[in-house]
Design a protein around this ligand. Structure first.
Ligand SMILES: Cc1cc2nc3c(=O)[nH]c(=O)nc-3n(C[C@H](O)[C@H](O)[C@H](O)COP(=O)(O)O)c2cc1C
Length: 423
């Protein structure tokens, strides 16, 4: 149908195409021949790294990382809470050259992001814990090695001699075991202890049960069938040292992984574990797995230097609140002097902005870097950090905040919390 508004047609002036102009608009990039480099380059977000990881890693291993306890309600809630954040930008403040650094336990970090503890990391990719430690050393943030790491306390130190290494401990009834781990961490110059307290028993991760995941992975008919889809992962698995609890090799009787887990997860654990650690360890102690103001206050009274507001990424008790929802009340309970870190559900630099604004000194990441590790080993961990760093910096600038220290709750609105955080 002809247009009702009578307009004269536009006449277009044309010219002979000029090569010099064409060259300016068409950019021929040298093709990236390395598949891993191409995969990482194409990943613009942590969600992209997660998707890439599904193509590089056997399903049961991916699910071990990605999955959570029971119905995975808490895991979903953690991520959803960050998406309820409403930013209130404060434009017309110069944000040229922003200062993204923060101080945590007396040290300057370039951004408020710390590599958190994850067990059996060499199962995700043969580069394992050493890769995480090396990236942490390179970018200048701490890395907390897990007690159930698949690389020993000594080997992680050897991989990253200049890194600020922290050690995550489970307090067990076996005093010899506690003492053995702490003295090795001390000898290797680990600065900070992270005591995990949300593991009275192991959470029920149904994906692992369905997948028949064993640690270390074993060759069943199903896994042999699966090998053809992930030959790279299997070649590395079979041609590198076996995956086990590398720091627990001195435990008498060479117990099975199941027996080790039941030694480490102590249902009798109570607040006196903090008293013991405080007497034994002269450096900073953070208690990880705190989700109520009352327990945060109590561990501080018993001599901890701070808390990690964490629900273990939803891998332990399901249906607990999102950590972002309980963060402001916990900060209020422990005061400004205490160190307050947050983990569980951090997948974007804007999540880090929100956590800082609502009271965290820094966040710990876990799945976010494990997706990168699965997608591309050490370079994948570096890519995950680079993505979060860029998003955090851009977020601060667009909010009109020049220094990390200036992020405040006035920059963030938050929908109603899922549960009463003061309970
Ligand atoms: C595969 C995997 C292994 C983990 N192993 C440990 C561990 O050994 N010790 C510990 O304190 N926390 C462990 N965690 C929990 C993380 O340190 C962290 O609290 C949690 O994953 C944060 O949630 P996010 O992954 O959603 O960021 C593990 C998490 C994952 C995903």
């Amino acid at each position: 149908m002809a247009a009702k508004i009578p307009l004269a047609s536009i006449s277009t002036a044309r010219q002979v195409p000029k090569w010099s102009e064409l060259r300016e608009v068409v950019q021929f990039r040298k093709p990236d021949l390395d598949r891993t480099a191409r995969r990482l380059h194409n990943a613009l977000t942590i969600a992209d790294l997660r998707k890439a990881a599904t193509r590089t890693t056997p399903r049961s291993v991916f699910d071990y990382v990605d999955g959570a306890a029971e119905e995975e309600i808490t895991a979903a809630r953690n991520v959803a809470a960050f998406r309820r954040v409403v930013f209130r930008p404060d434009s017309l403040h110069s944000v040229a050259d922003p200062d993204t650094s923060v101080e945590v336990l007396g040290k300057r970090l370039p951004v408020p992001v710390i590599f958190g503890p994850t067990g059996y990391t060499r199962m995700m990719h043969h580069h394992g814990e050493a890769a995480v430690a090396r990236v942490a050393e390179h970018v200048g943030v701490p890395y907390a090695l897990s007690t159930v790491g698949s690389t020993s306390i000594e080997d992680v130190r050897a991989a990253a001699p200049g890194a600020d290494l922290w050690f995550q401990v489970y307090y067990t009834t076996d005093e010899k075991l506690n003492e053995m781990l702490l003295s090795r961490a001390e000898e290797q110059g680990y600065t900070t202890l992270v005591l995990t307290v949300d593991t009275a028993v192991s959470g029920m991760r149904l994906r692992d049960v369905v997948n028949g995941l064993t640690i270390p992975p074993t060759l069943t008919a199903k896994t042999v069938l699966n090998m053809s889809r992930f030959p790279g992962w299997w070649v590395h698995k079979l041609t590198t040292a076996g995956i086990g609890f590398a720091s627990l090799d001195e435990v008498e009787g060479n117990p099975t992984p199941g027996a080790v887990a039941s030694m480490l997860f102590d249902p009798a654990l109570d607040f006196t574990s903090v008293d013991w650690l405080r007497r034994r360890w002269t450096g900073p102690i953070l208690v990880k797995g705190v989700t109520t103001p009352a327990s945060a206050r109590e561990v501080m009274e018993r001599g901890a230097d701070g808390v990690v507001v964490s629900n273990h990424g939803g891998r332990q008790l399901d249906r607990t609140p999102a950590t972002l929802d309980v963060l402001p009340a916990i900060r209020a309970a422990v005061g400004q002097q205490a160190t307050v870190l947050l983990d569980s559900g951090v997948r974007h630099g804007l999540d880090v902005v929100a956590a800082r604004a609502l009271g965290a000194d820094a966040v710990m990441i876990a799945r976010a870097y494990l997706y990168g590790l699965m997608a591309g080993g050490q370079d994948g961990v570096a890519r995950a950090f680079e993505i979060l760093d860029g998003e955090y910096r851009r977020g601060m600038q667009l909010l009109g905040v020049r220094r990390s220290e200036d992020l405040a709750d006035r920059h963030v609105g938050l929908g109603p919390p899922a549960l009463d955080p003061t309970a």
